[in-house]
Design a protein around this ligand. Structure first.
Ligand SMILES: NC(=O)c1ccc[n+]([C@@H]2O[C@H](COP(=O)([O-])OP(=O)(O)OC[C@H]3O[C@@H](n4cnc5c(N)ncnc54)[C@H](O)[C@@H]3O)[C@@H](O)[C@H]2O)c1
Length: 285
């Protein structure tokens, strides 16, 4: 597998201050890309950028709230001024939100959907026109989740946002095909990766405390972010549409979802889901 398509190019990574985004930024720098790190957490991207530069790489931290369309336009302007044409855009920034639908305040619903869905939409809106105009090979990767092809309660805000990211990315792929330009589009489908996403999650109501601690413990034992970044880079470089850190889990989940839809089944909880939720038995439907 060759990563030559990326070497010497410019990578823009949102949510690059922690977790998978930080690992992607480090992986991009390690293969010789100049990296623009965007995150709402300015201190974290300063830290990661300083470490990349200390190792001989080129990094530009740009504090950015992806929920703000104008901030993504500014990110694009700063990137093209500072580093030139973009080879790779990874719309990675995302947040978890925990709680029953009715317990989550309206402003938290809005914030979650703005970051997870419109953050990706506006990332593409800010960068795609210049990629298309330049006409050189470029890559757009949107980070969805295995949650984008499954359903799960008490993470409803997150799950429906990831379904939206996935269908957005599928339609974007088709729109790029219509342009007949070498702009590759990938849907990134991480399975469990050991990041602090559940510590950072906002939440509300009685479901929050239990679910946060179960999920935090579950992620602690999962794949390391640098391993996930390596798999993600290889998949994007191959030009794959579906890029999964856990291909078997993704395939099994997709088969389950396809069966469920083909049979127009009622939503139901698998035993593993009941265990995660601390339910003693599967509720009757
Ligand atoms: N960790 C997993 O198991 C997992 C699984 C599936 C999908 N994902 C997805 O991977 C992506 C990265 O998640 P992670 O696990 O690395 O999480 P993380 O919490 O470790 O990192 C997320 C980063 O996004 C930043 N961020 C949050 N809100 C932002 C905003 N408004 N603007 C800019 N940056 C913002 C945070 O500051 C943080 O640096 C997310 O889209 C997430 O949904 C993660």
């Amino acid at each position: 597998m060759t990563l030559d398509a990326f070497r010497d190019g410019v990578a823009v990574i949102t949510g690059a201050g922690n977790g998978i985004g930080e690992a992607l930024a480090r992986a991009a720098a390690a293969i010789g890309m100049r990296v623009v790190l965007a995150d709402i957490d300015a201190a974290s991207i300063e830290r990661v950028s300083a470490e990349i530069r200390a190792a001989g790489g080129a990094a530009l931290p740009v504090p950015t709230d992806v929920a703000d369309a104008a901030a993504l336009d500014r990110l694009a302007a700063t990137t093209y001024e500072g580093f030139g044409d973009v080879r790779l855009l990874v719309n990675n920034a995302g947040v978890e939100t925990i709680g029953y639908v009715w317990d989550i305040p309206a402003d938290l619903w809005e914030r979650t959907l703005k970051i997870n869905v419109l953050g990706v939409v506006n990332g593409v809106r800010a960068f795609a026109p210049r990629m298309l105009e330049h006409g050189a090979p470029a890559y757009i990767a949107n980070v969805a989740s295995v949650g984008g092809i499954s359903i799960f309660p008490v993470e409803t805000a997150y799950i429906c946002s990831k379904h939206a990211v996935l269908s957005f990315t599928e339609c974007l792929y088709l729109e790029m095909q219509m342009q007949k330009k070498p702009i590759h589009v990938s849907a990134i489908m991480p399975g469990p990766v050991a990041t602090g996403i559940f510590e950072a999650a906002k939440g509300a109501g009685i479901a929050e405390h239990h679910h946060r601690s179960v999920m935090r413990d579950m992620l602690a034992d999962s794949m390391q972010p640098m391993e996930a970044a390596r798999i993600i880079f290889d998949g994007i470089a191959r030009g794959d549409f579906w890029v999964s850190t856990h291909p078997e889990l993704t395939a099994e989940t997709a088969r389950g979802r396809a069966d469920y839809l083909a049979n127009l089944s009622r939503p139901s909880l698998a035993e593993t889901a009941c265990a995660i939720l601390g339910l003693n038995d599967v509720p009757a439907t």
